[in-house]
Design a protein around this ligand. Structure first.
Ligand code: FAD
Length: 317
């Protein structure tokens, strides 16, 4: 079932979760261990993130270095299929432009289609850790909208190889990312929103947002989207703040602000356990307010903190 069908058929606010593929070498059981407790909340679907490869330098015996491409968290497509099979629920793979040629993307989409995965969240991806700006592969996509158009073409039976006539049509429900606090590369919010609108007009069925800690920013974002004619569902992406270190890490990595009340409370904590309590309480209040606002789904980034998310959602349902 697609995300948009879940939303349209949902009678109440839906819940969904997001997981990272385990580090290479770990088994699929680490995903099940992570998700098992959260299943009692009957999530509508599970998102699985995608992680591009990184360039690493491995020292050789003679003291010189070998440049190697390492994908630390492979397996997004396989994990989605495993989750769907194991829990009988839908999975939403994240697909990125970075590191993929158009042909590799097409093949991966065909795999998804054969596996009955009919959802995909299309993203651009970021620059690799050791590079400053995003660069597409020589035959890859520069922006998420270009990847979206490729998926949309497949939905219409249009493959890269023009010799394929009457090609089978896929039926992907396509989601895209939105940024209540603006994407860091966009010159201003107006232009960022216009580009988001372009993605919706190109076929995105819904928007999933970057994490945020101040609901006012989300409410304003939704109002701004509606004002320029973006009418698809907007799903808030939610994450608990659980350590003092995140006060500097999250703004640096994700370009989000931490409200003063939250940062003050976290600063007063003496241990990470205390930070977790503060972060969970903040997330619970955020979730209650968002539900009252009428969001279709509360989407939680569980990223290594399933217990905190469990505590929050338990209070909600
Ligand atoms: P785009 O929509 O392509 O936008 C990127 C930038 O380009 C923006 O500044 C936009 O304004 C600008 N832009 C867009 N179109 C044009 C144009 N035609 N001309 C000029 N500028 C343009 N990353 C991962 O690697 N893996 C994941 O699994 C992952 N999951 C994510 C999930 C969510 C919900 C979110 C919000 C982000 C996720 N990311 C993930 C991070 C994402 O890849 C980065 O935020 C990336 O920098 C932008 O992706 P995008 O899809 O928003 O890109």
């Amino acid at each position: 079932m697609t995300v948009i069908d879940h939303i349209n058929q949902g009678k109440d606010t839906l819940i969904s979760f997001e997981v990272l593929p385990p580090l290479k070498g770990k088994s699929i059981n680490s995903i099940y261990d992570h998700l098992d407790p959260l299943m009692e909340f009957k999530p509508s679907w599970i998102n699985v993130t995608y992680h591009r490869s990184e360039t690493m330098f491995k020292k050789k015996q003679d003291g010189t270095f070998d440049k190697v491409e390492v994908r630390k968290r492979p397996g997004t497509v396989g994990i989605c299929a495993a989750i769907m099979n194991h829990y009988q629920i839908d999975a939403v793979p994240h697909f990125i432009c970075g590191g993929f040629s158009k042909r590799e993307t097409e093949d991966a989409l065909i795999d998804l289609n054969f596996l009955d995965v009919d959802n995909v969240l299309v993203l651009r991806g970021d620059a690799p850790k050791n590079e400053t700006a995003f660069e597409p592969e020589p035959d890859g996509h520069r922006y998420a909208i270009d990847l979206l158009k490729q998926v949309s073409n497949l939905n219409n039976g249009i493959y890269l190889d023009e010799d394929i006539l009457n090609g089978g049509k896929t039926k992907f429900c396509i989601g895209v990312a939105g940024y209540p606090e603006k994407h860091f590369e966009a010159p201003n919010l107006e232009i960022d929103l216009q580009r988001l609108k372009d993605k919706v007009e190109a076929g995105a069925c819904y928007i999933m947002t970057q994490m945020f800690f101040d609901n006012k920013k989300f409410f304003q974002f939704v109002n701004d989207c509606r004002a320029i004619g973006i009418n698809v569902p907007i799903i808030p992406g939610l994450k608990p703040l659980t350590t003092k270190k995140q006060l500097s890490v999250l703004p640096r990595l994700f370009h989000v602000d931490i409200p003063t009340d939250l940062s003050n409370s976290i600063m007063k904590c003496k241990t990470d356990a205390e930070c977790e309590i503060v972060g969970a309480e903040w997330l619970l209040q955020q979730s209650k307010e968002l539900r009252e606002f009428g969001v279709p789904v509360l989407h939680y980034y569980t990223l290594g903190k399933p217990k905190v998310i469990w505590n929050v959602v338990k209070e909600l349902v």
